[in-house]
Design a protein. Sequence first.
Length: 410
Amino acid sequence: SLATRTIHADDPINYNIDVAPPLHVSTTYRYNHDPTKLDPCRELELSDLHPPGGPMLGDGHVYSRLTAPNTSRLELMLTSIIGQPTITYSSGLSAFHALLTWLNPRVVAIGEGYHGCHGVLAIYQKLTHCKIVNLFDESSWDAAGLGKGDVVHLETPINPTGLAFDIEAFSAAAKKRGAYLTVDATFAPPPLLDPFRWGADFVMHSGTKYFGGHSDMLCGVVAIGRQREHWEKDYWGMYGERIFLGSVMGSLEGWLGVRSLRTLELRVLRQSGNAERLVGWLHGVVSGGMGGKEKSDEGAEEVIKKVVEKVAHASLQSSEDMQWLQRQMPNGYGPVFSMWLKSELLARHLPSKLHLFHHATSLGGVESLIEWRKMSDPKVEGTLLRVSVGVENWEDLKGDFVRGCRELVD
């Protein structure tokens, strides 16, 4: 089970007696004392270091830009958790950059999604003159000649709304043209979503978010699907290029990641469940009801109606979408949702009225965050707030939200 793998996936490399893995800060490691066992680098293949995804032998480290104990342990755990060979990077954007660099597409189909990925893609386009086309307009794919070796990049659920898309449908469209389907599943880590099951070729995460889970580390992740021919070439190719891109994780971040993955399932299921209850209550109120099954303090519904215009989350998608979405995300629809307030003035002021939601960017930590999204994404509407739900008691979060809205309108 996932819960057991997050605790025991790294057992094969427990070379020391420490129950909690130690932090190794060295950047360089001694060569073997036996001269007969010294392999010059020109004779050493990367694949001699360890199987794809690990485990790494305890005395196999040379220099931390290649491998290091804490990051290698993290990759071993992520390979088990995701179910496919996994490489870590210094951030989510460096992972996306590494993926583009390795695949070298002439055409990239991409939706709106996280503005940071568009920034990376703009740099890649400056260097390669690749064409960028609309993910949701297949005629634009064909007009640009999207075909073998090109990339269809799907973010699901998408930033900032939390809405989800049918991976299987995009996989079919990409494969029909010989293109790769790359999926950014940052908003739905295991146990919520397995994109490989639905046809993804590569899956990336900003591990800063849910794999880290405590708002204290940067991390990027790319997992390479074994279901394709030549997947090992992709794994070792990206592994080798990481050495020269210089986008390796630091040892402290690797150690923090190992610590965080121990509670991945506990955190994510709690956060997703909290979000669904908050979303269901808010949507029930703003759509004209009384918050669905959830009870509220007297007058709370009227306060919410004066402040909130609409709510977006995968759990609110149409019944037609639910036919594939319930299969794709059977364990929950994600801890992030968005809402639009009645005015930009309300959206600017509400975060400062809340006590249990930190007004900050990012997401995925155990603490709840709310962001007036204009602070970090200039393209969104001024009335939009993005909410990342934490592990607190959901009724406390609801009460804080009602109290904050009441302060705005009283």
